[in-house]
Design a protein around this ligand. Structure first.
Ligand code: GDP
Length: 418
């Protein structure tokens, strides 16, 4: 049961984008920021283009385009519902560093980007295992479908064989390499053809006859996998009844959140193909903060733990996960609020350092702007100016609240084969 105060959280997605170096994490992130930036200015294509120029300029100057957490907005295609997508920058380290652990803790889901011409590379395997270890639900993006040697089947097979995961192709590419023309949404049985270079003009049609058999075959497998995680769907399946699109989406979503199913998408970030569908899939299949287990805190001098469900009216529980130096405002402490509401100008208790600290200004970072806000609520991420002592991994709670430390996630030791 969610309360009215929690209802905005249904429209939040806190995600990371993880990839082997060179698979296209930066390009995919740029394109996501481009398309999400564009939704602010519907109909004003020039603003969108300006965003792209801005990103290219930043890139030339070698500046990282994303903050530790960037807040974007996306209107689910075909609906009027706007979603907040917070993109958390996950470090591309190969080993189990503490920094990877911290970033994995603050995200609720991830997009694993693969290079379609390379399949699952050793480092993407490592990133995948890290996400397994931290229980992060994920979807996979088979990128670079336009590249010589690109094969969606290669990525699907590698996910099954090298990662031992149930790869669920929710899309199918129309052509590959130079002939990569578009993407079929297998769940909805619709084809998307890209008709301009920016990927903004999409012609949606029925599945072309030449792909009908293939799409029917993988859709049947998809329904079978979805039925495994959803009893109602299983009943229908056994009775030979076709599930509705909504039922199928709901079952795949359930399987994804339970980490039993890994939806696989395809596209070419470079050629602007598939990125909007990827954003739609983030909305459709990755969990909101209400659908992940509540974070726990260890109560001081006790064996007991306290749970902090995502609720803006609950007690404050926040984690500082990245400190950055900013040339204009100084020290920026990036935080994720799990529970409660952090107010600018208030006092908080840093339970890790055992210090009372004053919160200065609060910022939400967007792709090309910063927004000053007066509060950050449960489920939100942003940056605090003014905290002097907080370091990465520190727990922030309400001033005067019982001391708790947010637990590191209880995970088994990694079993990794490199
Ligand atoms: P990262 O290291 O994962 O962040 O990868 P980048 O996004 O920097 O991409 C690495 C290289 O692959 C760059 O030269 C990109 O232009 C290229 N690249 C990224 N996406 C695509 C794609 O969809 N198709 C092709 N052909 N190249 C791509």
């Amino acid at each position: 049961m969610t309360t009215k105060a929690q209802s905005y959280l249904h429209h939040f997605r806190n995600i990371g984008i993880a990839a082997h170096i060179d698979a296209g994490k930066t390009t995919t992130t740029e394109r996501i920021l481009y398309y999400t930036g564009r939704t602010h200015n519907i109909g004003e294509v020039h603003d969108g283009a300006a965003t792209m120029d801005w990103m290219e300029q930043e890139r030339e100057r070698g500046i990282t385009i994303t903050a530790a957490a960037t807040t974007a907005k996306w209107k689910r295609s075909g609906t009027d519902q706007e979603y907040v997508v917070n993109i958390i920058d996950t470090p591309g380290h190969v080993d189990f560093t503490i920094e990877v652990e911290r970033s994995m803790r603050v995200l609720d889901g991830a997009v694993a980007v693969f290079d379609s011409s390379q399949g699952v590379e050793p480092q993407s395997e490592t990133v995948w295992r890290q996400a397994d270890r931290y229980g992060v639900p994920r979807i996979a993006f088979s990128n670079k479908m336009d590249k010589t040697g690109a094969s969606f089947e290669l990525v699907l097979n590698d996910i099954k064989e090298r990662l031992g995961a149930v790869a669920a192709p929710i899309q199918y590419p129309m052509g590959a390499e130079n002939e990569f023309k578009g993407i079929i949404d297998v769940v909805r049985q619709r084809a998307h053809f890209y008709t301009n270079d920016l990927g903004t003009d999409i012609e949606e049609t029925e599945v072309p006859a030449e792909y009908a058999d293939k799409v029917a075959e993988i859709r049947a497998q998809l329904i079978e996998a979805a039925a495994e995680v959803d009893e109602d769907l299983m009943m229908k399946y056994l009775e030979g009844e076709e599930p509705s699109v909504e039922e199928l989406v709901a079952a795949i979503r359930k399987g994804t959140i339970e980490k039993k199913i890994f939806p696989v998408l395809c596209g070419s970030a470079l050629k602007n193909k598939g990125v909007q569908l990827l954003l739609d899939a983030v909305i459709d299949y990755l969990p909101s903060p209400l659908e992940v287990p509540a974070i726990k805190g260890k109560i001081e001098d006790s064996e007991d733990t306290q749970e902090f469900p995502a609720d803006p009216e609950g007690k404050l529980a926040a984690l500082a996960f990245k400190i950055m130096a900013d040339p204009y405002v100084g020290r920026l402490t990036f935080v994720r609020i799990y529970s409660g509401t952090l107010q600018s100008g208030s006092y908080v208790y840093n339970a890790t350092k055992e210090k009372r600290e004053r919160v200065g200004r609060l910022l939400k970072m967007h792709a090309n702007s910063r927004e000053e806000v007066t509060e950050l609520k449960a489920g939100e991420l942003g940056a605090v100016i003014g905290l002097k002592d907080a370091g990465t991994g520190n727990t922030l709670i309400g001033d005067g609240d019982d001391k708790v430390l947010l637990e590191s996630i209880d995970v088994p030791e990694p079993v990794i084969k490199l």
